[in-house]
Write a protein that binds this ligand. Structure first.
Ligand code: FE
Length: 291
């Protein structure tokens, strides 16, 4: 358990309740990739420090085959987590690799990278998430960095009831720590598979912003037991812990949380800075090949 969590373990503040339910909107990005945009949509513009959450899921090649050809990023981190299929990434710094099912790439774009993200398949299911995590102003121009872990490098916690937790970032209450290290916003990123009728409890720093996204099945969240169905994202109110029950069927969900930055956000497509002038500078730098 991290010291940050430890200090809050005896915290008697309440279990987090659902503050907002969001279903997202169909969108298209890159070269015509069909996706559902959940964070970064009109109903949930951002959940500080999370700027965007896209869910892509299709077994129709025409929905994803165009991929995300060469494009820049500056000022934040992109987190790709695959559930099915393969995605090849390649960037201007010479990094290249393939992310496969249950693998994650946590990329700190920092001052800037130019990369492509292309499906490594012509058919079959492609399913996964891309989350954008903002960087604090003093680190927006950090040197670009990658943390990439295939499925077998994630920490997996198996519980006696048959439930399983894949830990990408953060630490579970039972002490399983994920491989991603991030001291900018100290994120928690868990992929939880709950067996029917089982309960999941996890403490979180009380002031973190947090959400649950249900991949399959249905959850009851919080003491109020708010129902959250597959495809829905629940924004959680502040509180010391999360409680979720899979009361109808086996249920898989993401639990993601991090410290809010509470800084001004200026967005311009693939650049997210603190001011419009900094976004303009990013466009200039990109056009002048200064990335
Ligand atoms: Fe990208």
């Amino acid at each position: 358990m991290t010291s940050r969590n430890q200090g809050r373990a005896e915290d008697a503040r309440p279990v987090r309740e659902v503050q907002q339910l969001v279903s997202g909107l169909p969108a298209s990005d890159g070269d015509g990739v069909k996706l559902i945009r959940i964070i970064g949509s009109p109903s949930l513009n951002m959940l500080d420090p999370f700027l965007l959450l896209d869910v892509f899921e299709s077994d129709r090649a025409q929905d994803y085959i165009g991929g995300f050809p060469s494009h820049p990023h500056r000022g934040f981190e992109t987190v790709t987590y695959m559930l099915a299929g393969k995605m090849r990434h390649k960037d201007s710094a010479g990094n290249e690799g393939v992310i496969e099912a249950n693998g994650v790439q946590w990329m700190t774009a920092g001052r800037g990278i130019v990369h492509s993200e292309m499906p490594e398949q012509n058919s079959g299911l492609l399913k996964g998430f891309q989350l954008w995590v903002n960087l604090p102003s003093e680190h927006k121009m950090a040197t670009p960095a990658y943390q990439e872990f295939p499925a077998d490098k994630l920490a997996v916690e198996s519980r006696p009831d048959g439930s399983e937790i894949r830990v990408i970032a953060g630490t579970t209450d039972q002490g399983t720590t994920g491989p991603v290290v991030n001291h900018y916003v100290e994120p928690t990123y868990l992929d939880v598979s709950l067996v029917k009728h089982s309960t999941f409890k996890q403490s979180l720093p009380s002031e973190d912003n947090a959400f649950v996204y249900v991949i399959d099945g249905q959850l009851s969240l919080g003491k109020q037991g708010t129902k959250v169905k597959a495809g829905q994202l629940a924004v959680l109110a502040k509180g010391a812990s999360v409680e979720a029950v899979a009361n109808k069927e086996n249920t898989r969900f993401l639990l993601v949380a991090a410290e809010p930055l509470n800084e001004p956000v200026a967005r311009g497509g693939p650049f997210v800075m603190n001011t419009k002038a900094e976004v303009m500078q990013a466009f200039n730098d990109f056009q002048q090949n200064r990335f």
